[in-house]
Ligand binder design. Structure first.
Ligand SMILES: O=C(O)C1=C[C@@H](OP(=O)(O)O)[C@@H](O)[C@H](O)C1
Ligand SMILES: C=C(OP(=O)(O)O)C(=O)O
Length: 441
């Protein structure tokens, strides 16, 4: 993988312009890998994301005995599905800090049965998984915590699944519901499986990605809004043959915001108006801030010709791309408020605290609530060394503070420990330099 120095210095850039080919979507890549492994037949996955999060999924599948082959140097992978069984019944799996790997795998392994341990980096062991474990153990799963109750590491043994009606909480992470949905067809081939959501469900558009991909692998889910999901008996995953991974809409947010802040046009290629990723709705927020957005079939472009307007909005549906708005708010004409972002506290780091601390370094006044941030831009941005907390999105979104807006100049930004971008976008800084006057030094 890519080598990065201990820090990167970004000089102020007057303009942002150009086109960027996006890496594959993390959310789609890891779902497709698991679905292809569980399917009957061989799947040809095109343009898989190359990153830490997909690497841990690929390695885990390999350890579980799933055969896959990378096609030369490309990001095309052939995955040989085993139709819902696993050749290896005992494995120790390293999950890094990939929520999209550990959560779905926990459910699939618990249902298939075997003797598996799942663990990750230190932060993974602080990220909650209790609601998923509770849902599975309540119907006969056998999952134990080997560290702190409620958190990985986990020890999964063969359970005795009985009920086909599950309940899961959705207010901490939507990935728990995604995990159960993906595992549901493995639970009972002869009985319907019903999954009920107890209370509020956050990050809803990610459930749409799950349902869409399950459908492409041959499994239909009937739903009652966001309350209940039924996987009818008799369904099993089947390979769709060849399947393409869209470009990552969350990764697109940095470049589109660059176009909005520093004029543009900046075009991202690989996602467009028909994307299945909720994060394409990030462009609505940019539009509200005054940017002009054009959506094509497989591209999105952002430009702007004025100062950005402040925004006060609920960002529950786009928690990842919302971090980009927090930094774009530095260029707005007044205070912006990002609401309903409580899940930020249990992601790669406590993102509300980290964002508040780092925005203050460039001069912003920030009010931090349990589930919101209010960002008041300074008269002028101050040079700062940004700590990244091993959070790829902290590193990526703070690159934007080096851009000149119309009313506010960009500033010299040092990004400490930039290699964390490898979680989803190893080449991020090269791509950013290419649209921002090659300002990497
Ligand atoms: O299902 C997914 O692919 C994801 C769901 C979201 O998590 P939460 O549901 O925990 O908010 C998002 O933040 C994460 O990056 C990817
Ligand atoms: C929250 C994120 O990742 P994960 O899939 O590990 O939850 C993210 O990529 O911003």
């Amino acid at each position: 993988m890519k080598q990065y120095p201990h820090h990167l210095d970004l000089q102020p850039a007057m303009h942002a312009q150009g086109a960027v080919r996006l890496p594959g979507s993390k959310s789609i890549s890891n779902r497709m890998l698991l679905l292809a492994a569980l399917a009957e037949g061989t799947t040809d996955i095109r343009a898989l994301l190359a990153s830490d999060d997909t690497h841990v999924m690929l390695m885990a599948l390999q350890k579980l005995g799933i055969r896959w082959e990378q096609q030369g140097e490309s990001q095309d992978y052939i995955v040989h599905g085993t139709g819902g069984t696993l050749p290896v019944h005992q494995a120790d799996l390293f999950m890094g800090n990939a929520g999209t790997a550990i959560r779905p795998l926990t459910a699939a392994l618990a249902v298939i049965g075997g003797d598996y341990t799942l663990h990750g980096v230190a932060r993974m062991h602080e990220r909650p998984i209790g609601d998923l474990v509770d849902a599975l153990n309540a119907i006969g799963g056998n999952i134990e915590y080997t560290g702190q109750p409620g958190y990985p590491p986990l020890h999964i043994r063969r359970g005795r699944f009985h009920a086909q009606r599950l309940q899961v909480k959705g207010n901490v992470s939507s990935q728990f519901l995604t995990a159960l949905l993906m595992a549901a067809p493995l639970m009972a081939r002869d009985q319907d499986v019903v999954i009920e959501v107890v209370g509020e469900l956050i990050s809803k558009p990610y459930i749409e990605i799950t349902l869409n991909l399950m459908r492409r692998f041959g499994v239909e889910v009937a739903r009652d809004g966001w309350q209940a999901f039924t996987v009818a008996a008799g369904q099993a995953y089947r390979s769709p043959g060849t399947i393409h991974v869209e470009g990552d809409a969350s990764s697109a947010s940095y470049f589109l915001a660059a176009g909005a802040i520093a004029g543009g046009p900046v075009r991202v290629e690989g996602v467009g108006r028909d994307s299945i990723q909720g994060d394409v709705r990030f462009v609505d927020a940019l539009e509200q801030m005054g940017a002009s957005i054009t959506l094509g079939d497989n591209w999105i472009e952002a430009r702007s010709n004025g100062v950005l307007k402040a925004i006060d909005a609920d960002f529950n549906h786009i928690p990842d791309a919302a971090m980009t708005i927090a930094v774009a708010a530095l260029y707005a004409d007044g205070p912006s408020v990002l609401r309903n972002i409580g899940s930020w506290r249990v992601k790669e780091t406590d993102r509300i605290a980290a964002m508040a601390t780092e925005l203050r370094k460039v001069g912003a006044t920030v009010e931090e609530g349990a589930d919101y941030l209010r960002v008041t831009p300074p008269a002028e941005l101050r040079p700062a060394a940004i700590d990244t907390y091993d959070d790829h999105r902290m590193a990526m979104c703070f690159s934007l503070a080096s851009l000149d807006g119309r009313e506010r100049r960009g500033t010299a930004i040092r990004i400490n420990d930039p290699k964390c971008v490898a979680k989803t976008f190893p080449d991020y800084f090269e791509a950013f330099a290419a649209i921002a006057n090659n300002n990497l030094i």
